[in-house]
Ligand binder design. Structure first.
Ligand code: C2O
Ligand code: CU
Ligand code: CU
Length: 552
């Protein structure tokens, strides 16, 4: 871990079995082409690239930017029914300058429509729309690439982009397949049918081999789906509903983004994780938000490359979690802290009426991230926090047509640092192995053979987490037999809703269950630590039409 420990949760992190992570210390790194068994020369990376220490910056001097909701600019034919016209949005990826803190110089960033995070895309459940994604980025990448990573070879253009809406149920051609990238000057029109429940989604770059760098440069934004049921609950809305993206970055003394620099190398070497010392909320370091003394809804997305955040209030007071990745939970859950892994979402209700005229921070563990300034007076709070949020019918394990056991793997160099991460021992380019039939339910056992927690994400579907269970890793590695060393445990209450990303801790099997519906075709599943995803911890999978079996 490089760049300070601010992004880890509080000192109590190790006590959390579900999402706690082993610090992955790696001062040196070696990598030899693509063979996990051969170690290359050891390359020192610069541990001490001069970086701004955010704790030296004035706190809470910049207002939290609220990304605007995008408006459609035209109409376009519905690809499912050309007689129907759909609203069409236009989004441009471009490079721009932005100050991430009042006292820093403007940083060169990449973003959608000139900001990072980009504008909020708002969908009504069941009402489809089109988005024209334009690539207006420069031809030179903002960060340096590692050409030894699959898909990032020197034969490819350095700047390549494709947009994926994380958690969206979309046809394969609009899902942002990692190889469907396009270069500056080009564009793609994607169709979002939005036939799914109200929830907080987010869009981000997904180009093969350079996703970690494209997202790090700033290519992410929020996508909110609303529906009638959620509206009927009368949750805090309008200006009392705040979208917040959280990520960590590092900045050099010229106020520019630093990813990872190596001695004697003209390009970046892949690193197994990235942790920055500056936490950005909606693109600002230590922002503040003026609030009224009433209930607010905070829709939080972890858009970081590798870092987990443990959200809590500065005074340790409880708040409510009402939703996770794929929408509302069954009921509000009282929490004093919530851990979110990369790509996970937390939908929170915080009642500021107890803090009239006071200030309160939102923390990551013990570290302050942002400040709420609570006014002494405010209008009437007519919003509600109902005791029941929605029904979530359980998917019974017996309904699974098929069970798959899939391993999470890491390979080490001779210096002991990670150099390759895989799913089920297979690389990206290997033939398809996961091929569920449409409208069937499958149960996947995610078997973590590594020392790290991996947030595993599957495109297209929403799943339920059945349980997690410790097993003997050594026995599994030798004989492929799952020898359990403890009883299965149910996930925590806030993980019992619909999810699309799940943490699999070291030495644990996590069982998830999901129904593949909506579309047939090619999708992907992967680890959402972007460094892992870029270095082969991602697999294509096919949803097959009825009547097809994997043999055909
Ligand atoms: Cu957040 Cu494959 O995506
Ligand atoms: Cu996704
Ligand atoms: Cu991983």
């Amino acid at each position: 871990m490089v760049g300070g420990s601010i992004v880890r949760g509080g000192p109590d992190d190790s006590a959390i079995p579900w999402c706690g992570r082993d610090p992955n210390q790696s001062g040196t790194l070696s990598r030899a082409g693509s063979d996990p068994d051969v170690a290359g020369p050891v390359i020192e990376f610069e541990k001490h690239v001069p970086k701004i220490d955010p704790n030296q910056l004035a706190k809470f001097v910049d207002p939290l930017p609220i990304p605007p909701v995008l408006q459609p600019v035209s109409m376009g034919a519905d690809p499912e029914n050309p007689k129907l016209m759909l609203p069409c949005y236009r989004v441009e990826m471009a490079q721009f300058l932005d100050r991430v803190h009042r006292d820093l110089k403007p940083a060169r960033l990449w973003g959608y429509n000139g900001s990072s995070p980009g504008p909020v895309l708002e969908a009504q459940s069941g009402k489809g729309f089109l988005v024209e994604w334009h690539n207006r980025l420069p031809l030179k990448h903002l960060l340096s690439l590692d050409p030894s990573i699959h898909g990032a070879e020197l034969s490819h253009p350095a700047v390549r982009n494709v947009v994926h809406v994380h958690g969206a149920k979309v046809p394969p051609g609009s899902d942002g397949y990692p190889e469907a990238w396009f270069v500056p000057g080009k564009s793609a029109v994607y169709h979002y049918p939005n036939r799914q429940d109200a929830t907080t989604l987010w869009y981000h770059d997904h180009a093969l081999g350079i996703t970690r760098l494209n997202v790090y440069a700033g290519l992410y934004g929020m996508f909110i789906v609303r529906d009638e049921h959620e509206r009927s609950l009368n949750l805090p809305s309008g200006k009392y509903e705040i979208p917040i993206t959280i990520c960590d970055r590092a900045f050099n003394f010229a106020s520019q983004l630093e990813y990872m620099r190596f001695h004697n190398l003209p390009y970046t070497r892949w690193v197994p994780e990235f942790h920055g010392n500056a936490v950005l909320l909606n693109g600002r370091i230590f922002p503040y938000l003026d609030v009224e003394p009433r209930k607010y809804r905070l829709r939080i997305v972890n858009v970081a490359n590798s870092s987990f955040f443990r959200l809590s209030l500065g005074d340790g007071a409880p708040f409510y979690q009402i939703g996770s990745d794929q929408g509302l939970l069954r009921e509000p859950i009282e929490q004093t802290s919530v851990m979110i892994a990369p790509a996970e979402r937390a939908d929170l209700i915080i009642d500021f009426s107890r803090y009239r005229g006071k200030q309160l921070t939102l923390n990551n563990g013990v570290a302050e991230m942002m400040q709420f300034r609570v006014a002494t007076n405010g209008g009437q709070d007519s919003s509600a926090l109902p005791q029941k949020l929605r029904e979530i019918p359980k998917l019974p394990p017996a309904s699974a047509a098929r069970t798959r056991v899939l391993t999470l793997d890491e390979y080490f160099s001779r210096t002991g640092s990670t150099m390759l991460t895989l799913l089920n021992g297979t690389r990206w380019s290997a033939p398809i192995t996961e091929n569920p039939v449409i409208n069937t339910t499958e149960m996947w056992s995610l078997v973590n053979l590594t020392q790290d927690t991996h947030p595993i994400h599957i495109h297209l579907v929403r799943f339920q987490v059945l349980d997690r269970r410790p097993f003997d890793v050594a026995v599994y590695k030798k004989s492929k037999v799952l020898k359990f060393t403890g009883p299965p445990e149910r996930p925590e209450p806030n993980l019992r809703g619909w999810k699309d990303t799940v943490c699999v801790p070291p030495g644990i099997v996590v069982r998830i269950i999901m129904r593949f519906e909506g579309f047939t075709g090619r999708y992907v599943w992967h680890c959402h630590i972007l460094e892992h995803e870029d270095n082969e911890m991602m697999r294509p999978y096919d949803v097959l039409p009825v009547g097809k079996t994997e043999a055909s």
